[in-house]
Design a protein around this ligand. Structure first.
Ligand code: ATR
Length: 279
C-alpha cells in the first residue's frame, strides 16, 4: 500500500492532504494509496526522511516550509529544475533511493493562462518561491492543456526581478539569468508574479511593493502566491482594473497535480483538487 504525505513544520494547516486525497479518490486509487501529513522538526528532518525512504512504505512526499532546501540536499538524484532552483518540493522513493524534483516551477507555468509568458515579466521577491518562478519563466515549458492530455508550450520569458533587499535580488537574478530592477515600470510587463510574503499577515501590499492599485490593466496577468480564504488585496486590486488573476491556491493545485503524476503516472482531476482546496 503506497503512502504519500506532505512534510512541513508546522504542517497541520496544510491543504495538501485534503487536496491529494480528493485527487486519489477521483482516480480510483484511494483504496490503495493514502496521503497524510508529517510534522518533522528541522533537526530530525534528514534522519526521518532517510527512514521513510529505507522502510519502503512511502512512495514519495511533498515538502513544504521550511524543508525544501534540506530535501534537495539529502536526495540521491535531482531534476534540473530542483538543482537550478536549489530546492525540492517533491521526493520520490524507489528501492531506498531518493529522487528530488521541483514542481513549484512547472506548477506556475500550468497555472498561467496561455499567452501570459514569452514577453517581459516581473517577479517580486528573491526567496525560494521566487527562484522557482524565475527559473520556470526563464525556461518555459509545459503549460495547461487546451485539451486533456495535450499541454500547451509556454515560451521562455525575459524576467525582471525586484526585491526589497536589492542586493539579494541582484544575486538571485544574476544566478538565474534574470535582470534586477529597482523601480519597475508596471506597464512594461505582461505578467507580474508576487512571491513575497507581503499580504500574508494582512499587510497592505501597496505599502511594501513597488506597485500601485492603479498600475494594473486588462492586458496583464497578476499572480499572487499568498493565499487564504479571501482573495488577497493585491489580486482584488488587479482584478478591479481588469487584469487576469491567478491565486496561490491554483499554484498549490498545479504543483500537487504534477507531484501526483510523478508518483502515480496518472493525470489527476484538477477540478476535484480545486474543489477540495477551496472547500
Ligand atoms: P520563500 O522561500 O517563501 O520565498 P523567503 O526566502 O523568506 O521565503 O523570502 C521571502 C521574500 O519576501 C523575500 O523576497 C523578502 O524580501 P527580502 O529579501 O528583502 O527579505 C520578501 N518580503 C518579506 N516581507 C516583505 C515586506 N514586508 N516587504 C517586501 N518584501 C518582503
Amino acid at each position: 500500500m503506497p503512502n504519500l504525505a506532505v512534510i512541513g513544520h508546522p504542517v497541520a494547516h496544510s491543504r495538501s492532504p485534503a487536496m491529494q486525497t480528493a485527487a486519489l479518490t477521483e482516480l480510483g486509487l484511494a483504496g490503495e494509496w493514502t496521503y497524510g501529513a508529517l510534522d518533522f522538526a528541522p533537526e530530525d528532518f534528514e534522519a526521518e526522511v532517510a527512514e521513510l525512504a529505507a522502510e519502503g512504505e512511502y512512495a514519495g512526499v511533498n515538502i513544504t516550509v521550511p524543508h525544501k532546501e534540506a530535501a534537495l540536499a539529502l536526495a540521491d538524484e535531482a531534476s534540473e529544475a530542483a538543482r537550478a532552483i536549489g530546492a525540492a518540493n517533491t521526493l520520490t522513493f524507489t528501492d531506498g533511493r531518493i529522487a528530488a524534483d521541483n514542481t513549484d516551477a512547472g506548477g506556475l507555468l500550468r497555472a498561467l493562462p496561455a499567452g501570459s509568458a514569452g514577453g517581459r515579466v516581473l517577479v517580486l521577491g528573491a526567496g525560494g518561491a521566487a527562484r522557482a518562478a524565475i527559473w520556470a519563466l526563464r525556461h518555459g515549458g509545459e503549460g495547461a492543456p487546451d485539451e486533456p492530455g495535450e499541454p500547451t508550450t509556454m515560451p521562455p520569458s525575459e524576467v525582471d526581478v525586484w526585491n526589497r533587499t536589492a542586493e539579494r535580488g541582484e544575486r538571485v537574478a544574476a544566478e538565474l539569468g534574470a535582470r534586477a530592477v529597482a523601480a519597475p515600470n508596471l506597464a512594461d510587463y505582461i505578467l507580474i508574479v508576487n512571491t513575497t510574503a507581503v499580504g500574508l499577515k494582512g499587510e497592505e501590499p501597496f505599502d511594501h511593493l513597488p506597485l500601485g492599485a492603479s498600475s494594473f490593466g486588462p492586458d496583464q496577468v497578476v499572480v499572487d502566491m499568498v493565499y487564504g480564504d479571501e482573495p488577497s488585496p493585491l489580486l482584488e486590486a488587479a482584478a478591479g482594473r481588469g487584469a487576469v488573476v491567478v491565486d496561490g491556491l491554483e499554484m498549490l493545485v498545479q504543483q500537487g497535480a504534477l507531484s501526483l503524476r510523478i508518483w502515480t503516472g496518472e493525470e489527476p482531476s484538477l477540478e476535484a483538487m480545486r474543489a477540495a482546496v477551496r472547500h
